[in-house]
Design a protein around this ligand. Structure first.
Ligand code: PA5
Length: 446
């Protein structure tokens, strides 16, 4: 079975095997909390057994809904933010043709666009302008049903769809993914008769990519969600024991040892532009899970080799508070060789005939070695290829490691109390009913 691999040998000049092994007991205890639900936030552990418990009937339901949208729409807008956005965006970007957005539409292959992940007036204006002659559909995703950003986008697009198609047709092209019973979106979906999927109470937003939240948009984009779940299920089984073969345990213990050694920033590094949004998903997963009570590794990311020409100097030579986790993709989907050029003015003939990926891999290896020499420890994760199954493995690997790592750090990895502060201020500034006192107080500060 091909599977992702975690190699920590290049952290050993910063932390010894002994320092990492010293955390074995703490890592095993944290894993036990995740598996037995005996830690803080244990009402949000629904993701732990999700891959192996996902039924064929559930996947059939999602796939048949996706097929209906694919048949009736040339564009499907997935509306959501944070955990209700990043997982689907990450997987779709990783698996899509890099120029899909610029290619003409193909019957039965709708373009999946995203909204509700920002409050950009121009973004929404331009999106609506783009959609004005499109046969579009909407997947509206919000666990709470009241998040401001997706609510604004949905209000606009729902009205546009009803205007363009009429109320009855519009209702057939809107799918809501939300709480089973509570919330504004559930109420609206019931009133309007939308097709719905449930986000279980015990799965938090940033752990929800393997629920309909991620699976439906991914299936609409034409990707194999069965393979994604299969990969995640393999990783679920591979991460259940407190032994050396558990890659999530190894990663969690290593990053905590590095943190204790003063490495406060983790940079997730990729050498494949298709993984840009995967890093965005990872940043939310770790940032929202661990950044609490003034603790936590700061999750950052770079896309190499692009960012070697912008952030490379800092990483090589700046403050030594960082470590890197490199995602290396073993096999590429296509082949492209570097051509020979008789004039050779660019001096590239020495690599003529080589695969582009061979050059990329040497950039990767050369950079890793330079960074290790420069005092930046490296964790290396090798992914066999960018395919659904391996992305499923990678997603689950990081989720399990995140739960373990958060407990090792001594925080509740499954809440996000800090996210409420900006909302309170924004509502006060917008004079939302119910926030009168806060409005008065914040205005006095301005
Ligand atoms: O991880 C989380 O819980 C958050 O990022 C939420 O997913 C995000 O705020 C969106 O919330 P909702 O799905 O309720 O609209």
């Amino acid at each position: 079975m091909k599977t992702l691999n975690v190699d920590i040998k290049d952290v050993l000049s910063t932390v010894s095997r002994e320092q990492i092994s010293n955390l074995d007991a703490s890592a095993a205890e944290a894993l036990d909390k995740v598996l037995t639900g005996t830690g803080e936030g244990n009402d949000f552990l629904g993701w732990v057994n999700l891959p192996t418990e996902t039924t064929e009937a559930h996947l059939d339901d999602i796939i048949s809904c996706a097929e209906e949208l694919r048949a009736s729409c040339d564009t499907v807008v997935a509306i959501g933010i944070g955990g209700s956005y990043l997982g689907a965006k990450a997987v779709i970007e990783a698996l899509s043709d890099s120029f899909a957005a610029y290619r003409p539409g193909v019957e039965g292959e709708p373009k999946v666009l995203f909204a509700g992940q920002n409050i950009g007036e121009d973004y929404l204006y331009e999106l609506q302008d783009y959609l004005k002659d499109k046969r579009f559909g909407i997947i509206v995703i919000s666990k709470s049903g009241t998040t401001t950003e997706p609510a604004i986008a949905f209000r606009l697009l729902k009205e546009q769809l009803e205007r363009q198609l009429g109320l009855d047709e519009a209702r057939k092209r809107i799918v809501a993914i939300t709480d089973e019973k509570r919330g504004a979106l559930r109420t609206l979906a019931t009133e309007e008769g939308y097709k719905t999927f449930v986000i279980a109470d015990n799965v938090g937003g940033r752990f929800s990519v393997l629920t309909p939240v991620g699976l439906l948009p991914i299936a609409v984009a034409g990707f194999d969600i069965r393979a994604l779940i299969d990969g995640a299920a393999e990783m679920e089984k591979a991460t259940n024991n407190a032994d050396e073969a558990n890659p999530s345990l190894l990663y969690a213990a290593t990053r905590n040892a590095l943190y204790q050694a003063g490495k406060k920033i983790e940079i997730l590094v990729n050498y494949n532009p298709k993984l840009h949004y995967f890093a965005e998903w990872w940043k939310q997963l770790y940032g929202e899970s661990e950044g609490k009570t003034h603790k936590g590794i700061f999750p950052a990311a770079v896309d190499n080799s692009t960012d070697l020409h912008s952030m490379g100097q800092w990483i090589q030579d700046g403050e030594r508070t960082i470590f890197e986790t490199v995602i290396s993709v073993a096999e590429q989907k296509y082949e492209k060789l570097i051509p020979t050029d008789e004039a050779n003015l660019d001096g590239l003939n020495y690599i003529a005939g080589k695969h582009i990926d061979e050059v990329n891999k040497m950039a990767e290896l050369g950079t890793r070695l330079a960074h290790i020499d420069g005092g930046v420890p490296n964790i290396l994760i090798t992914l066999p290829a960018i395919q659904e199954k391996y992305l499923g493995q990678l997603i689950y690997f990081f989720e399990k490691a995140c739960g373990i790592s958060g407990y090792m750090l001594g925080v509740n990895p499954f809440n996000q109390p800090g996210v409420e502060d900006y909302k309170r201020n924004m509502f006060a500034l917008l004079a939302k009913p119910g926030y009168e006192k806060e409005t008065e107080a914040i205005k006095a500060r301005l």
